[in-house]
Structure formats: structure tokens, C-alpha cells
Design a protein around this ligand. Sequence first.
Ligand code: UT7
Length: 328
Amino acid sequence: MTKIRAAITAVHGELPEKRLTNKDLEKMVDTNDEWITSRTGIKERRRVSEGEVFSDFGAKIVTKICEKRGISPLEIDMVIVGTITGDYVFPSTSNVICDKAGAKNAWGYDLAAACSGFIFSLTTGQQFVENGTAKKVIVIGGDVMSSIINYEDRATCIIFGDGFGGVLLEADDTGLGIQDAIMRADGSGRDFLIQKIGGSAEPITEGNVNSADRYVFQEGRTVFKHAVTNMAGVSAEIMEKNNLTGEDVDWLVPHQANLRIIDATAERMGLGREKVMINIEKFGNTTAGTIPLCLWEWEDKLKKGDNIVLSAFGGGFTWGAIYLKWAY
Ligand code: UT7
């Protein structure tokens, strides 16, 4: 009998309407369109409006995925949400999404792995489907980065945006679906990409509430170096482990942090740009949202059996790659 694998059977993305262009940022910090475009590849990003919250976008993702697949939200067993900017510290955004979408039979939780949040969540959902304890698992990745970005810090505000995407995982016994996953973490990188205040180590107090430490801090150059080495490295590693050459891979779905990191990863894998999903120019770095948003945008171009590598690097440090065969 063929091994049971977890396969993606539907995908959906959601973005806030409001745009923040490089020109807008020129009015906010000392930067310019030319610098941002040449150093990152980003032209604009999205930002939630007042009153828009993650769980509303997440509930739409659950609803649309169920509609696409012709199923009821009552059939969903689990919702796993990769994010570092959920609606609340607790309860989990998964619980709120399930309530808003009427997924009354589902349980779930949030998983914090920064930019690797979607791939860490996807391989977690994979386990439940493969071992038979869940039949239908929705995995969502997304972030409201604007809620933790300092719009006076040009080192971070030019990169990040808000966005959300999700997929449905179901069992497949025909050889399609997730073939392999390599996940890595190195907490010694924590000082280079961190939101210092707001956790239990440094709760918000009257004394620190106005400190810049309540926003994302990133030492860009150090993170960049680790991102290039590790994202390219783990992508090459999963190819070697599965005897794949550049010709065998139909699509690379890279985390969208910086176009130069994406290009370095594709080059290491022996792939031309035409096989790489890139939408960073429109949405910037939506942290856990980038990979499912790409899958959603490219869904029409994907063919059953396509060999796809998902790859990410982010805060923690966390990184990893997933090799899957597209199932529809
Ligand atoms: O999402 C997961 C994890 N994150 C990443 O993977 C992001 C990794 N890092 C990066 O993408 C890049 O490091 C950045 C885009 C954040 C920065 O680009 P960089 O090429 O590493 O720039 P830099 O920090 O080395 O700065 C180069 C110069 C500096 O000026 P001097 O010292 O050479 O005179 C900066 O002060 O560019 C200056 N600079 C800017 N100039 C205009 C830094 N930020 C800006 C800016 N606009 N926004």
C-alpha cells in the first residue's frame, strides 16, 4: 500500500486593501524608492486599517477554502496558525478564527516561528494527517506586522507588510503531497531579530511603554548573511536528500524577505527566475504570510504532480524547507 501523505487540496489568500508605497515611506523616514527597490525588491506593502484584525482575515480563509473544496466548516478537525502577531497574547488566534468561521468541531493553536511560521505549521499539520488523527487540517500563515513595526525606523518599516494565506491538508495515498521536510532552529540568533518588550521577560510597564524596544528590532546585515547561508543551504540539502536536480524542481516558493536572498537561494538550487514565485514587490515581507500568499497567487499555474520546494528563514533563528508534490 502507498504511504499516506498529507497533501494540500485547497489554498486561499487575504490582503488588506490599504497600500503603503515606497513613496509614502519617503514622507515618513529618511529613505527613497531607489534604495528600497534595489536593496530589497519591494515597491509597496499592505497595511490593515483600524478595526481590521487577523482573525477576520483568517475566518475568511477558512470560509473560502471550505467553499472551494465543497465542504462545511464543521468538517474541519484542526486549524493551526503560524504567526507572531495574533489577535491577543491569549486566547490563540486559531480559537478565534474557528469561532468566527463556524468551525465548531475544530481544535488548534498558534505556532510562533516568525518567518518560518508557515512551514513549521505545515509540517506540524502534516503529522496529524499522516498518523490519521485528523482528516482535514487548515494551516494558516500570516502576520499583522504593522502592529509591531516602528514607522520611524527605516531599517525595518520598509520591509514588512500585512498579509495572510492558508491551505487545507488532507490525506493522499497516490504518492502526492508532502514528501519531506527539514526544519532547523538556532536560538542564539535571538538578539539580531527580536521584539524585546511585551513578553514575560520584559512585560510592558509604565516605564517602558514608550521605548522603541516594543517594536521589531533587526540587525539587517547579520540576519541577511544567516538568511542567505541557511535558506540556500537547507533548500540544496532537501534536493540532495531526495535526489532532485534543478531540472526536477518545477517551483521554488521562497519566503519573501529580500529579493537578493531569493535569488541566492534559486541560484544555489540551479533554478532560473521563471521557476521562482516572487511577489515581494507588491506585498513586502508578510512574515508567516509570504509562502501561502505565493501558492494562492500561482494556484492557476500549478499542475498535479509538480515538484515544489518551500523554503524560509526568520527570527529565532528558524529556517527550513519542505518538498511536496502538488496534488490537484
Ligand atoms: O524575514 C526574515 C528575516 N529578515 C531578513 O531576511 C532580512 C535580512 N536583511 C535585509 O534584507 C537587509 O539587510 C536590509 C534590507 C534590512 C538592509 O539592507 P542592507 O543592504 O543590508 O543595508 P545595510 O543595513 O547594510 O545599510 C547600508 C546603508 C547604510 O548606510 P552607510 O552606513 O553605508 O552609509 C544604511 O544606513 O544603507 C543605509 N540604509 C538606508 N538607506 C536608505 C539602511 N536602511 C536604509 C533605508 N533607506 N531604508
